[in-house]
Design a protein around this ligand. Sequence first.
Ligand code: ADP
Ligand code: MG
Length: 258
Amino acid sequence: MGKIIAIANQKGGVGKTTTAINLAASLAALEYKTLIVDADPQANSTSGVGLNPKDVEAGIYECMVDGVKSSDAILTTDINYLDILPSHIDLVGAEVEMVSIEQRELKMREALKEVKDQYDFIIIDCSPSLGLITINSLVAADSVVIPVQCEYFALEGLGKLLNTIKIIQSRLNPELQIEGILLTMYDARLRLSNQVVDEVNTHFKQMVFETLIPRNIKLSESPSFGMPAIAHDGESKGALSYLSLAKEILEKNGLAHK
Ligand code: ADP
Ligand code: MG
Protein backbone atom coordinates (compact mmCIF):
# COMPACT_ATOMS: atom_id res chain seq x y z
CA MET A 1 0.00 0.00 0.00
CA GLY A 2 1.72 3.19 -1.18
CA LYS A 3 2.07 6.15 1.13
CA ILE A 4 1.25 9.47 -0.53
CA ILE A 5 3.33 12.42 0.70
CA ALA A 6 2.59 15.96 -0.50
CA ILE A 7 5.44 18.49 -0.47
CA ALA A 8 3.61 21.72 0.22
CA ASN A 9 4.16 25.39 1.04
CA GLN A 10 2.37 28.15 -0.84
CA LYS A 11 5.55 30.22 -0.79
CA GLY A 12 7.63 29.88 -3.94
CA GLY A 13 11.33 29.10 -3.90
CA VAL A 14 11.43 27.29 -0.54
CA GLY A 15 12.67 23.98 -1.96
CA LYS A 16 9.46 22.03 -2.71
CA THR A 17 10.56 20.78 -6.11
CA THR A 18 14.14 20.12 -4.97
CA THR A 19 12.72 18.12 -2.06
CA ALA A 20 10.21 16.22 -4.20
CA ILE A 21 12.83 15.14 -6.74
CA ASN A 22 15.62 14.34 -4.30
CA LEU A 23 13.48 12.67 -1.64
CA ALA A 24 11.83 10.54 -4.33
CA ALA A 25 15.20 9.63 -5.89
CA SER A 26 16.61 8.74 -2.46
CA LEU A 27 13.66 6.46 -1.67
CA ALA A 28 14.18 4.88 -5.10
CA ALA A 29 17.90 4.43 -4.36
CA LEU A 30 16.86 2.57 -1.20
CA GLU A 31 14.82 0.32 -3.51
CA TYR A 32 11.39 1.65 -2.59
CA LYS A 33 9.27 1.94 -5.72
CA THR A 34 8.44 5.64 -5.96
CA LEU A 35 6.28 7.88 -8.13
CA ILE A 36 6.66 11.65 -8.39
CA VAL A 37 3.41 13.49 -9.17
CA ASP A 38 4.19 16.88 -10.69
CA ALA A 39 1.28 19.03 -9.54
CA ASP A 40 2.83 22.36 -10.56
CA PRO A 41 2.09 23.88 -14.00
CA GLN A 42 5.70 25.08 -14.08
CA ALA A 43 6.59 21.40 -14.50
CA ASN A 44 9.97 21.78 -12.78
CA SER A 45 10.03 18.26 -11.40
CA THR A 46 9.10 16.90 -14.83
CA SER A 47 12.13 18.61 -16.38
CA GLY A 48 14.17 17.89 -13.24
CA VAL A 49 14.08 14.17 -13.98
CA GLY A 50 15.06 14.72 -17.61
CA LEU A 51 11.75 14.99 -19.46
CA ASN A 52 10.71 17.88 -21.69
CA PRO A 53 7.30 19.17 -20.51
CA LYS A 54 6.56 20.08 -24.15
CA ASP A 55 6.66 16.38 -25.04
CA VAL A 56 4.18 15.44 -22.32
CA GLU A 57 0.98 14.28 -24.00
CA ALA A 58 -1.02 13.51 -20.88
CA GLY A 59 -0.18 14.54 -17.35
CA ILE A 60 -1.90 14.88 -14.00
CA TYR A 61 -4.17 17.54 -15.54
CA GLU A 62 -5.69 15.11 -18.04
CA CYS A 63 -6.01 12.49 -15.29
CA MET A 64 -7.99 14.89 -13.08
CA VAL A 65 -10.09 16.66 -15.70
CA ASP A 66 -10.36 14.43 -18.79
CA GLY A 67 -10.54 11.02 -17.19
CA VAL A 68 -7.22 9.78 -18.62
CA LYS A 69 -6.03 6.75 -16.61
CA SER A 70 -3.01 7.63 -14.49
CA SER A 71 -1.35 4.36 -15.53
CA ASP A 72 -1.50 5.65 -19.12
CA ALA A 73 0.11 8.99 -18.20
CA ILE A 74 2.91 7.68 -15.97
CA LEU A 75 6.37 7.71 -17.54
CA THR A 76 9.48 5.86 -16.45
CA THR A 77 12.70 7.76 -15.70
CA ASP A 78 16.35 6.78 -16.18
CA ILE A 79 16.48 5.98 -12.48
CA ASN A 80 15.54 2.52 -11.23
CA TYR A 81 12.41 2.37 -9.09
CA LEU A 82 11.46 5.96 -10.04
CA ASP A 83 8.48 6.94 -12.24
CA ILE A 84 6.75 10.26 -12.81
CA LEU A 85 3.23 11.41 -13.48
CA PRO A 86 4.25 14.57 -15.33
CA SER A 87 2.84 18.04 -15.72
CA HIS A 88 2.70 20.67 -18.39
CA ILE A 89 1.45 24.20 -18.66
CA ASP A 90 -2.20 23.19 -19.17
CA LEU A 91 -2.41 22.50 -15.46
CA VAL A 92 -2.95 26.26 -15.08
CA GLY A 93 -6.27 25.82 -16.88
CA ALA A 94 -7.26 22.97 -14.60
CA GLU A 95 -7.90 25.35 -11.70
CA VAL A 96 -10.43 27.25 -13.80
CA GLU A 97 -11.96 24.25 -15.51
CA MET A 98 -12.45 22.34 -12.28
CA VAL A 99 -14.41 25.08 -10.54
CA SER A 100 -17.63 23.82 -12.07
CA ILE A 101 -17.02 20.07 -11.61
CA GLU A 102 -18.73 18.15 -8.83
CA GLN A 103 -16.49 16.84 -6.04
CA ARG A 104 -13.68 18.89 -7.50
CA GLU A 105 -11.50 18.48 -4.41
CA LEU A 106 -11.37 14.71 -4.87
CA LYS A 107 -10.08 14.49 -8.43
CA MET A 108 -6.44 13.78 -7.62
CA ARG A 109 -7.32 11.21 -4.99
CA GLU A 110 -9.50 9.44 -7.57
CA ALA A 111 -6.78 9.66 -10.20
CA LEU A 112 -4.13 8.13 -7.91
CA LYS A 113 -6.34 5.38 -6.46
CA GLU A 114 -5.66 3.11 -9.44
CA VAL A 115 -1.86 3.19 -9.03
CA LYS A 116 -1.52 3.62 -5.26
CA ASP A 117 -0.85 -0.05 -4.65
CA GLN A 118 1.82 -0.24 -7.33
CA TYR A 119 4.18 2.07 -5.42
CA ASP A 120 5.73 2.19 -1.96
CA PHE A 121 5.73 6.00 -2.02
CA ILE A 122 4.00 8.66 -4.10
CA ILE A 123 5.54 12.12 -3.71
CA ILE A 124 3.44 15.09 -4.87
CA ASP A 125 5.31 18.27 -5.83
CA CYS A 126 2.74 21.02 -5.10
CA SER A 127 2.49 24.39 -6.78
CA PRO A 128 3.18 27.62 -4.90
CA SER A 129 -0.45 28.38 -4.07
CA LEU A 130 -3.24 27.14 -1.86
CA GLY A 131 -5.53 26.82 -4.89
CA LEU A 132 -7.63 23.91 -6.00
CA ILE A 133 -4.75 21.78 -7.29
CA THR A 134 -2.95 22.04 -3.94
CA ILE A 135 -6.20 21.29 -2.09
CA ASN A 136 -6.53 18.22 -4.34
CA SER A 137 -2.95 17.21 -3.45
CA LEU A 138 -3.63 17.52 0.29
CA VAL A 139 -6.87 15.57 -0.02
CA ALA A 140 -5.09 12.80 -1.91
CA ALA A 141 -2.17 12.68 0.54
CA ASP A 142 -1.60 10.59 3.64
CA SER A 143 0.89 13.12 4.96
CA VAL A 144 2.57 16.39 4.16
CA VAL A 145 6.19 17.56 4.25
CA ILE A 146 6.52 21.34 4.66
CA PRO A 147 9.83 22.76 3.41
CA VAL A 148 10.84 25.97 5.20
CA GLN A 149 13.73 27.97 3.84
CA CYS A 150 16.32 29.21 6.35
CA GLU A 151 15.86 32.81 5.21
CA TYR A 152 14.14 36.02 6.17
CA PHE A 153 10.36 35.61 6.57
CA ALA A 154 10.79 31.82 6.87
CA LEU A 155 7.66 31.46 8.96
CA GLU A 156 5.59 33.81 6.82
CA GLY A 157 2.52 31.99 5.53
CA LEU A 158 3.17 28.92 7.68
CA GLY A 159 0.20 29.69 9.93
CA LYS A 160 -2.08 29.92 6.93
CA LEU A 161 -0.78 26.62 5.57
CA LEU A 162 -1.24 24.85 8.92
CA ASN A 163 -4.74 26.28 9.11
CA THR A 164 -5.56 25.02 5.61
CA ILE A 165 -4.28 21.58 6.65
CA LYS A 166 -6.58 21.71 9.70
CA ILE A 167 -9.60 22.57 7.56
CA ILE A 168 -8.79 19.74 5.16
CA GLN A 169 -8.39 17.36 8.11
CA SER A 170 -11.78 18.33 9.51
CA ARG A 171 -13.74 18.38 6.25
CA LEU A 172 -12.11 16.33 3.51
CA ASN A 173 -9.26 14.14 4.71
CA PRO A 174 -9.27 13.24 8.43
CA GLU A 175 -6.32 10.88 7.89
CA LEU A 176 -3.95 13.64 6.73
CA GLN A 177 -0.88 13.87 8.95
CA ILE A 178 2.04 16.24 9.08
CA GLU A 179 5.08 14.13 8.24
CA GLY A 180 7.34 16.99 9.25
CA ILE A 181 8.70 20.48 8.72
CA LEU A 182 11.92 20.39 6.69
CA LEU A 183 14.49 23.15 7.06
CA THR A 184 16.08 23.84 3.66
CA MET A 185 18.98 25.86 2.28
CA TYR A 186 20.69 25.90 5.66
CA ASP A 187 24.05 27.64 5.84
CA ALA A 188 25.84 26.95 9.12
CA ARG A 189 28.06 30.03 8.65
CA LEU A 190 25.13 32.42 8.63
CA ARG A 191 23.69 33.72 11.86
CA LEU A 192 20.34 34.13 10.13
CA SER A 193 20.20 30.45 9.17
CA ASN A 194 20.86 29.42 12.75
CA GLN A 195 18.27 31.89 14.03
CA VAL A 196 15.64 30.36 11.75
CA VAL A 197 16.53 26.85 12.92
CA ASP A 198 16.14 27.97 16.55
CA GLU A 199 12.90 29.80 15.87
CA VAL A 200 11.29 26.91 13.98
CA ASN A 201 12.42 24.44 16.64
CA THR A 202 10.99 26.63 19.39
CA HIS A 203 7.60 26.93 17.73
CA PHE A 204 7.24 23.50 16.15
CA LYS A 205 9.68 21.21 17.98
CA GLN A 206 7.80 17.94 17.59
CA MET A 207 7.23 18.46 13.90
CA VAL A 208 10.73 19.37 12.71
CA PHE A 209 12.85 16.78 10.91
CA GLU A 210 16.27 16.12 12.42
CA THR A 211 17.75 16.24 8.94
CA LEU A 212 18.76 19.73 7.83
CA ILE A 213 19.10 20.34 4.09
CA PRO A 214 22.21 22.48 3.48
CA ARG A 215 22.51 25.10 0.79
CA ASN A 216 24.44 23.10 -1.78
CA ILE A 217 25.43 23.87 -5.36
CA LYS A 218 24.84 20.28 -6.55
CA LEU A 219 21.20 20.56 -5.52
CA SER A 220 20.72 23.76 -7.51
CA GLU A 221 22.62 22.68 -10.62
CA SER A 222 21.45 19.08 -10.99
CA PRO A 223 18.04 20.04 -12.51
CA SER A 224 19.89 21.59 -15.45
CA PHE A 225 21.33 18.11 -16.09
CA GLY A 226 17.83 16.65 -15.86
CA MET A 227 18.68 14.45 -12.92
CA PRO A 228 18.38 14.33 -9.11
CA ALA A 229 21.55 15.18 -7.14
CA ILE A 230 22.03 11.54 -6.15
CA ALA A 231 22.47 10.64 -9.83
CA HIS A 232 24.54 13.75 -10.60
CA ASP A 233 26.90 13.54 -7.61
CA GLY A 234 25.82 10.96 -5.04
CA GLU A 235 28.60 11.95 -2.62
CA SER A 236 27.63 15.63 -2.49
CA LYS A 237 26.37 17.05 0.78
CA GLY A 238 23.05 17.87 -0.85
CA ALA A 239 22.47 14.33 -2.14
CA LEU A 240 23.50 12.81 1.21
CA SER A 241 21.17 15.12 3.14
CA TYR A 242 18.16 13.96 1.13
CA LEU A 243 19.24 10.35 1.59
CA SER A 244 19.27 11.03 5.30
CA LEU A 245 15.77 12.56 5.08
CA ALA A 246 14.53 9.47 3.22
CA LYS A 247 15.94 7.24 5.98
CA GLU A 248 14.38 9.42 8.68
CA ILE A 249 10.98 9.11 6.98
CA LEU A 250 11.38 5.34 6.55
CA GLU A 251 12.25 4.97 10.24
CA LYS A 252 9.31 7.15 11.27
CA ASN A 253 7.06 4.84 9.26
CA GLY A 254 8.58 1.67 10.66
CA LEU A 255 10.21 0.69 7.36
CA ALA A 256 13.66 -0.80 6.96
CA HIS A 257 16.57 0.55 4.99
CA LYS A 258 20.13 -0.49 4.22
P1 ADP B 1 9.98 25.63 -4.96
O1 ADP B 1 9.62 24.37 -5.69
O2 ADP B 1 9.46 25.66 -3.55
O3 ADP B 1 9.60 26.86 -5.72
P2 ADP B 1 12.71 24.98 -5.63
O4 ADP B 1 12.95 23.60 -5.15
O5 ADP B 1 12.45 25.15 -7.10
O6 ADP B 1 11.56 25.67 -4.79
O7 ADP B 1 13.97 25.84 -5.17
C1 ADP B 1 14.08 27.23 -5.52
C2 ADP B 1 15.49 27.51 -6.03
O8 ADP B 1 16.43 27.26 -5.01
C3 ADP B 1 15.89 26.63 -7.20
O9 ADP B 1 16.70 27.37 -8.07
C4 ADP B 1 16.67 25.51 -6.54
O10 ADP B 1 17.62 24.94 -7.42
C5 ADP B 1 17.34 26.22 -5.38
N1 ADP B 1 17.54 25.33 -4.23
C6 ADP B 1 16.58 24.60 -3.59
N2 ADP B 1 17.12 23.95 -2.54
C7 ADP B 1 18.44 24.26 -2.53
C8 ADP B 1 19.55 23.90 -1.68
N3 ADP B 1 19.38 23.10 -0.63
N4 ADP B 1 20.76 24.41 -1.98
C9 ADP B 1 20.94 25.25 -3.03
N5 ADP B 1 19.96 25.63 -3.85
C10 ADP B 1 18.71 25.15 -3.61
MG1 MG C 1 8.49 24.06 -7.45
